[in-house]
Design a protein around this ligand. Structure first.
Ligand SMILES: [Zn+2]
Ligand SMILES: [Zn+2]
Length: 284
């Protein structure tokens, strides 16, 4: 407790003034540490990385990004237990509006830690390299008819979440993918018109409800669109975004994402968001 009367007030005032100063000192301290100490990999927290000023991910972690399993649904990329089947049960019973969804990696190991750094630790500069992995792995796989996209669109965020994070991971990835492919990026094709809960931790039925009607398409979309997201779980967001663009006149949507969480991963990671560790001092 404070002394009371004006002394108490004075002390409270001093405390208030001290908070921004302490935060500023902390920032300076972190910047100094980033300058003098070798930066450690954001994914393994062990090996040094070359980009001393902004941190980054070491080559060992990049090359350890796991590959998807061989047997997958040819529509939604969900791993399939049985050899021979080519579509998962859900795509048979309730086919998605998109033509295909492909992921460069399963959501585990260094794919997961790199993605968490990209999404939750301010490591926005990882987008370019993530896009490289996506394009490298996915542009060789699609059939010829899946290559002729006229526009790249990213799964959008609301203005509020953009303000909170300062950047939008899916858009950074989408822009970088569009540069690699030489296909124009359409930043305003899709809008998220209301806030949704984070999909992880929700049951499939709740996910469906959660994102229903959350996206709007604007303008006249071209016929074939490549939709990009950083991570897909149930694919429900991709379904909603695709439906919105189809309703506006698009004809074929293919979805590319960096990582695919299988339906078994649904709830596992919820407690680990956001990833432990300090935000990066020098990131935007
Ligand atoms: Zn590493
Ligand atoms: Zn499927």
């Amino acid at each position: 407790m404070y002394g009371g009367g004006s002394r108490g007030l004075e002390s409270a005032r001093r405390k208030e003034a001290a908070i921004p100063a302490a935060a500023a000192l902390q920032r300076i301290g972190r910047a100094a540490a980033a300058y003098f100490l070798p930066a450690r990999c954001l994914a393994c927290d062990l090996r040094p990385v070359e980009r001393a000023f902004r941190g980054g991910v070491c080559e060992t972690c990049w090359s350890a990004v796991p590959h998807p399993p061989d047997s997958r649904c040819r529509v939604c990329d969900e791993p399939l237990p049985a050899e021979g089947a080519n579509r998962c049960g859900r795509c048979v019973i309730d086919p998605p509006p998109y033509r295909s969804l492909r992921a460069a990696a399963p959501y585990r190991g260094s794919a997961r830690t790199i993605l968490l750094a990209f999404k939750f630790r301010g490591a926005d500069y990882l987008g370019a390299r993530l896009a490289e992995v996506v394009v490298e792995r996915l542009s060789i796989r699609p059939a010829a008819e899946e290559r002729d996209h006229q526009e790249v669109v990213a799964v959008p965020a609301t203005a509020r979440s953009l303000r909170r994070r300062g950047y939008h991971p899916a858009e950074l990835l989408g822009r970088a993918v569009s540069l690699h492919l030489g296909i124009p990026f359409a930043p305003r094709r899709l809008r998220k018109v209301r806030e949704t809960q984070r999909q992880s931790g929700l049951t499939l039925a709740r996910r469906r409800q959660n994102v229903r009607g959350a996206f709007r398409a604007s303008g006249r979309p071209p016929r074939r669109i490549l939709l990009v997201d950083d991570v897909a779980t149930s694919g429900q967001t991709a379904r909603e975004c695709s439906a919105a663009m189809l309703a506006a006149g698009a004809e074929e949507i293919d979805v590319w994402c960096f990582a695919r969480a299988s339906r078994d991963d649904f709830d596992r990671d919820d407690s680990q968001f956001p990833v432990p560790g300090p935000p990066l001092s020098a990131s935007r």
